[in-house]
Design a protein around this ligand. Structure first.
Ligand code: ADP
Ligand code: MG
Length: 589
């Protein structure tokens, strides 16, 4: 074989192999061109799964007669002119490859008209030959028609799946664009039937309507809107509550400067932001848009432009992680009502040490943990005359006042508008965990020396690990010595365990340490250890609580970040309103 320059048609077909994987890729390229042309409506029509026909019509700025042949020429683009333009891209396209690629594997026509032109012009490309522009009646904007896709590429054609499969891909591509580009309206017609139609969405309400339509009402019901800007970056969108987590990562959308990407770094930053409140193996649901100076991001880093490269990935990562973390931290009962002036005046007993009774924790805590929890003068005083809180009104705390404990598992509380049910253990575990995290911040956990050290038989591996991680244990409040090949002596424990059976706790912490290895990132590892400790420290089911203790727990939940979910992302409480109860009993009010 001799070396030869390939004919342009073949070059285009090779290029098409990269860009045009299946009919949905054509839809994506054409719709992106429409968006780049400033269209406010993009209408897509599809026949035979896109193999028969793909027609994309827009009301963008259109093309002049002379531009049409250039549009389908390879490496011809209006979006960049010099190398430096690549650095500050604001358009979705820029390589000038899509139209020639599509043309090389289909029968293509482009009809277009600009606002200045009296009528439109149309060109067709057949078997690589670009015909002359012909006048045509066309409104301002562009219509691209692609017929018989892959008719001349049998190899590709074999990979096209059933019509319904390709239709699904096309619908997905359109939805993804719709979720990223609220500035445009979209319409998708499959076999003459409108399957998606969304108008341009200018304000938040319209956007949420679109999100509900595309992602489902359920997502929006469980999601909250975030908007945060710092250090030249802006993150907006919707985060689903951790309780809405999914077994798959199918409801995750992230766009950078209006381009949807599947970037590992970005996905990871969000995941870590959720980590604290999500059960392992569950996936958060979100729709996020990051905006930043276009010069700070390189979109030309991936053949399908699915990944981007940031000039300063670290700061982007930190910004996203912290924004997500912070937003999730705000998910507590009634979102931040706790700690308001009302409460302070209602419950002046907050600092009265005689009432400070941390639920389920031994009273002798000599550590930050012992910070008195909110207790109730009223309830504490009436512990023996179970309260029927008459004076419940809108000033009542969000989680109300405890009235009973159900089967030793749930706390029932009366609120201004009905009933609240709290999973006692889950809620307390979260409260303790957050408190531990706060108190560990910088310092070591308060500890207590055991009068008699506890000896513990462990495996050799575990003994070595305990020896190696002595410092880590010390930070958590443990003092553990290896006294034999397979024997440990526990001399000191975190104060919260002062009167507990320490053996199972130490074993659990060891298991955690082993699982995460010594290379684990310090903070992450610590948080997981704290979660283990919190689980042990939390009040167990079937322990009887007094009303005062129950109320203390409710008040603590109100002032604890992320108290809406336990450490595993399960809900900690739920509400049943009087209306719902009335409905249950068919009681008209
Ligand atoms: P790119 O989008 O990378 O520039 P394309 O091959 O997709 O490359 O398009 C080539 C050029 O044709 C674009 O740069 C643009 O000027 C023009 N063009 C394509 N589609 C449209 C459209 N729908 N409306 C207006 N101009 C278009
Ligand atoms: Mg393009």
């Amino acid at each position: 074989m001799v070396i030869r320059v390939l004919p342009p048609e073949l070059v285009n077909q090779i290029a098409a192999g990269e860009v045009i994987e299946r009919p949905a890729s054509v839809v994506k390229e054409l719709a992106e061109n429409s968006i780049d042309a400033g269209a406010s409506t993009v209408a897509i029509e599809v026949e035979r799964g896109g193999v028969g026909l793909i027609r994309v019509r827009d009301d963008g700025r259109g093309m002049e007669k002379d531009e049409l042949p250039l549009a389908v020429a390879r490496h011809a683009t209006s979006k960049i002119a010099v190398f430096d333009d690549l650095e500050s891209l604001v358009t979705l396209g820029f390589r000038g490859e899509a139209l020639p690629s599509v043309a090389s594997v289909s029968r293509l026509s482009v009809a277009s008209r600009t606002a200045d032109a009296g009528h439109g012009w149309k060109i067709s490309v057949i078997d690589g030959a670009v015909g002359p522009p012909e006048p045509v009646a066309h409104p301002v904007g562009t219509t691209v028609e692609v017929r018989d896709l892959f008719f001349n590429v049998p190899a590709r054609r074999k990979f096209v799946r059933a019509e319904t499969t390709e239709q699904q891909h096309i619908a997905r591509v359109t939805e993804r664009l719709a979720l990223t580009r609220f500035d445009a309206g979209f319409e998708l017609k499959i076999k003459g039937k409108v399957v998606l139609k969304v108008p341009p969405a200018a304000d938040r309400m319209q956007r949420e309507q679109r999100v509900a339509q595309v992602c489902g009402e359920e997502f929006l019901e469980h999601a909250f809107y975030i908007e945060h800007a710092a250090a030249g970056m802006r993150l907006t969108g919707w985060l689903a509550a951790p309780t809405f987590s999914r077994s798959q990562s199918d409801l995750q959308y992230f766009s950078v400067n209006g381009r949807l990407v599947r970037d590992r770094m970005l996905g990871n930053a969000v995941r870590v932001g959720y980590r604290d409140v999500l059960f392992q193996g569950r996936h958060p649901a979100y729709l996020l848009a990051l905006e930043l100076d276009s010069r700070a991001v390189d979109c030309n880093a991936h053949p399908q432009k699915l990944e981007v490269r940031f000039r300063d990935p670290r700061s982007v990562n930190d910004f996203i992680l912290h924004t997500v973390q912070h937003a999730l931290a705000a998910t507590r009962p009634a979102g931040g009502v706790a700690g308001s002036a009302d409460r302070a005046s209602l419950f002046p007993a907050r600092n009265d040490p005689s009432l400070a009774l941390p639920v389920g924790l031994p009273p002798q805590l000599g550590m930050p943990l012992a910070e008195p929890v909110a207790s109730y003068r009223a309830e504490a005083a009436h512990t023996h005359a179970p309260v029927t809180p008459r004076a419940i009104d809108s000033a009542a705390p969000p989680l109300g006042y405890a009235i009973a404990q159900l089967h030793g598992v749930y706390v029932l509380a009366q609120t201004a508008d009905g009933l609240v049910l709290v999973d006692m253990h889950a809620a307390h575990e979260r409260v303790v965990y957050e408190r531990l995290k706060k108190s560990l911040n910088g310092a070591a956990l308060a500890h207590q020396r055991l009068l008699v050290p506890v000896t513990l038989a462990v495996s050799r591996d575990e003994a070595e690990l305990a020896e190696r991680e002595r410092g880590e244990f010390a930070r958590l409040g443990f003092e553990i010595d290896r006294i034999d090949r397979d024997q440990l002596a526990v001399r000191q424990v975190p104060a919260i365990f002062a009167d507990r059976d320490v053996a199972p706790i130490v074993r659990d912490v060891l298991a955690d340490l082993r699982e995460h290895g010594t290379s684990r990132r310090f903070i992450e590892g610590t948080n997981e250890l704290l979660a283990t400790i919190a689980c042990h420290a939390a009040v167990r089911a079937h322990r009887d609580l007094t009303l005062a203790e129950m109320n203390a727990l409710l008040r603590e939940m109100e002032s604890t970040e992320r108290a809406d979910q336990c450490n595993h992302g399960r809900p900690t409480w739920t509400r049943i309103t009087m209306q719902e109860l009335d409905r249950l009993f068919l009681r008209g009010r």
